[in-house]
Design a binder for this molecule. Structure first.
Ligand SMILES: Nc1nc2c(ncn2[C@@H]2O[C@H](COP(=O)(O)OP(=O)(O)OP(=O)(O)O)[C@@H](O)[C@H]2O)c(=O)[nH]1
Ligand SMILES: [Zn+2]
Length: 212
C-alpha cells in the first residue's frame, strides 16, 4: 500500500512545462522510516530509546506532508476561473509558505507575492488558488529561484494572462542555523512575464508589493 497524505489536492502532477515531477510514485513512508532510523544510528543516537521510538514514523508522516506538492497538479488548481471582466492587475501579496532547501533538506520560509493581468476576455482565477499554487511548488525539494519561476510559468500556462509577476522573499535555515550562520539574511527573487515587463506597470506592481 502506498501512503499518501494530503488535505484536499490529490491529482498526480505530470505537467512537464511547469515542472511536474514526472514521478509516478507517491511518498513511500516505510522507506523514509528505514532511512531515518539509519540517520539516527549514523549520528550516534539510539533509535530504540523511548523518546526516539516513534520518530521514524513521525518524520515519514511529516515528509509526506512537506513533499506532497510533488504529486499535485497546478493545472487542476488554476482550472477554476470566473468571467469577472477585470482586465487590470490582480495581486495577492504576503502569502506565507514553508519550503525545503534541496541542498540541505532544511526549511526555507517566507512570503510570496503573486500577481497577474488577466487575459483580454477578463477571466480570473479564485484568489485562494494563487496561494494553493505557491504551496504546490513549495512542498517539494526546492531552490528559491526555481520556486519563483515555476509559479510564474504556471500562471502563464494556465491563465494565459497578459502579464504575470512573482516576488519571493525568504530566510534559508541552511544559512541561519548552520554553515555561514547569518540569521535574518533575506533572499529576494522575482520573475516577470508579458506586460509586467513594461516599466510603469512593473513599478505599479512593485509599489503595491513593497507598500506594507
Ligand atoms: N541559489 C540558491 N542557493 C541556495 C538555495 N538554498 C540554499 N542555497 C545554497 O546552496 C549552496 C550549496 O553550497 P555547497 O558549497 O554545495 O554546500 P555547503 O558546503 O553546505 O555550503 P555552505 O552553505 O556555504 O556551507 C549554499 O551556498 C547555499 O546557501 C536556493 O534556494 N538558491
Ligand atoms: Zn540549504
Amino acid at each position: 500500500m502506498t501512503h499518501f497524505d494530503d488535505d484536499d489536492l490529490t491529482a498526480t502532477a505530470d505537467h512537464s512545462a511547469v515542472g511536474g515531477s514526472g514521478h509516478h510514485h507517491k511518498v513511500d513512508r516505510p522507506r523514509i522510516e528505514a532511512a531515518v532510523r539509519e540517520i539516527l544510528l549514523a549520528i550516534g543516537e539510539d533509535p530504540d530509546r523511548g523518546g526516539l521510538q516513534d520518530t521514524p514514523k513521525r518524520v515519514a508522516k511529516a515528509y509526506a506532508e512537506v513533499f506532497a506538492g510533488l504529486h499535485q497538479d497546478p493545472g487542476s488548481v488554476l482550472g477554476t476561473t470566473f468571467d469577472l471582466d477585470h482586465e487590470e492587475l490582480v495581486l495577492v501579496k504576503d502569502i506565507p509558505f514553508y519550503s525545503t532547501c534541496e541542498h540541505h533538506l532544511v526549511p526555507f520560509h517566507g512570503v510570496a507575492h503573486v500577481g497577474y493581468i488577466p487575459s483580454h476576455d477578463g477571466r480570473v482565477t479564485g484568489l485562494s488558488k494563487l496561494a494553493r499554487l505557491v504551496d504546490i511548488y513549495a512542498r517539494r525539494p526546492q531552490v528559491q529561484e526555481r520556486l519563483t519561476t515555476q509559479i510564474v510559468e504556471a500562471l502563464v500556462t494556465f491563465l494565459k494572462p497578459r502579464g504575470a509577476i512573482v516576488v519571493v522573499e525568504c530566510e534559508h535555515m541552511c544559512m541561519s542555523m548552520r554553515g555561514i550562520r547569518k540569521p535574518g539574511a533575506k533572499t529576494v527573487t522575482s520573475a516577470v512575464r508579458g506586460q509586467l515587463h513594461d516599466p510603469a506597470t512593473r513599478a505599479e506592481a512593485m509599489s503595491l508589493i513593497l507598500g506594507r
